[in-house]
Design a protein around this ligand. Structure first.
Ligand code: UD1
Length: 375
């Protein structure tokens, strides 16, 4: 049987690979190997997601850990070359835009192994973002470009990539969200935190450009403190952000800010329970912009740009930048009842994993089912 090898490395990868892995396993026409690079390694940044998403433990764990971009990417490459040599995959499937994604694509390309990039074509057009470099380069060397939305197709075509390699399969991360939503809503997350549905805001911040720059980070925290004076703001803190808070000596002040609730990173289900019942969200994450659009929750993206413009064009997202005054004013407008009402983009319907499995069968010349993507 032909073999697909999946790469996961960091937190946002797990909810994208789970539905693809499940669809391939249900169809039974391909074998698959799941490789975790170990880019993220804390239990709360990794292990809990496998349990929450019902994904099997990785077949191979590389234990790479943290480091500079060059160190982390290079270490993943060195170890993956050995894995690809012994596993001999027919297709390497990578998702998203983290360092592990690009590292895997580079190794596969040099070894002549076909590559599929899931979430291809997203562009922030901001090359100061490490993720943008990872996206552009991974797409350039991938054989199958599986996109979440039509704007991504247009970006790839503009860059001169062959239309024959591009397939609009929809947003696979939304498969995970729709599959888990009911279970998440049964969790006691809100009552444990003393929150009422729609009575609080949720915040995530971890982008280097926001948390590693003291001036930007302090401005964001002051805007959050303002919002926290109107309703509780729950802020699950990413390890990078936690480190910056402590380096800047801000922990005591933040702990004392009324309404601001700093908590540890949450598992997938717990966080979904929190976001799906929030009044609004503040984030610099990519995934949360999309999740809030599907959940119908107003989202303020505290960045100067987004690689996911569809969440702004038809969803609930507003790219608000990092100016504290503008963030406060926009949040106030939403809290005063003027939040955006969005709709859900095409093919964000819970069936993307199935479409991807069918694309892989067709690419590898196995199976004989009509493609959902063409319907
Ligand atoms: C990475 C991705 C980013 C993604 C984010 C989601 C890249 C370039 N960045 O950023 O696109 O949005 O994951 O979380 O790949 N750390 C821990 N425990 C962990 C993981 C990280 O303590 O399990 C700390 C370490 O101090 C590490 C820092 O967080 O140095 C940053 O981790 P890293 O993987 O380099 O990047 P992220 O900021 O997590």
């Amino acid at each position: 049987m032909k073999k697909v090898l999946h790469i996961v490395g960091a937190r946002p990868n797990f909810m994208k690979v789970a539905p693809i892995h499940r669809a391939i396993s249900e169809r039974g026409s391909l074998t698959q190997t799941l490789v975790h690079t170990g880019q993220h390694y804390d239990v709360k940044m990794s292990d809990v997601f496998f349990t929450d998403l019902g994904m099997p433990a990785p077949d191979i764990h590389l234990g790479i850990g943290s480091g500079s971009h060059a160190e982390q990417t290079a270490k993943v490459m060195i170890e993956l070359e050995k894995v690809f040599t012994s596993e001999k995959p027919d297709l390497v499937s990578v998702v998203g835009d983290v360092n592990s994604t690009l590292a895997a694509a580079l190794v596969a390309a040099k070894m002549g192994i076909p590559i599929s990039h899931v979430e291809a074509g997203l562009r922030s057009f901001d090359r100061t973002m490490p993720e943008e470099i990872n996206r552009v380069l991974t797409d350039r060397i991938s054989d199958l470009l599986l996109t979440p939305s039509a704007d991504a197709d247009a970006n790839l075509i503009r860059e001169g990539l062959e239309p024959a390699r591009i397939r609009l399969v929809g947003n696979v991360m939304i498969d995970s969200l729709l599959a888990a939503r009911e279970k998440a809503l049964r969790l006691p997350t809100l009552s444990e935190l003393g929150l009422e549905p729609r009575g609080y805001a949720v915040c995530t911040l971890h982008r280097a450009s926001n948390v590693d720059d003291a001036k930007v980070f302090s401005g964001l925290l002051s805007a959050l403190s303002h919002v926290a004076s109107r309703l509780p703001v729950v802020f699950p803190v990413h390890p990078r952000t936690r480190k910056r808070i402590s380096e800047l000596g801000l922990a005591a002040t933040l702990e004392r800010t009324p309404g601001l609730r700093l908590v540890d990173p949450m598992g997938y289900l717990e966080f979904l329970a929190l976001t799906s019942q929030a009044r609004l969200a503040f984030t610099d994450s990519g995934g949360l912009q999309e999740e809030t659009t599907v959940l119908g929750i107003p989202c303020l993206t505290v960045r100067e740009n987004t690689e996911r413009p569809i969440t702004v064009d038809i969803g609930t997202n507003v790219v608000v930048g990092t100016d504290p005054v503008r963030i406060q004013q926009t949040a106030d407008r939403i809290l005063d009842g003027h939040g955006k009402k969005g709709r859900i983009p095409d093919r964000w319907d819970g069936r993307s994993g199935e479409r991807i499995a069918q694309e892989y069968e067709q690419f590898l010349g196995v199976g004989n089912t009509p493609r959902l993507a063409a319907v």
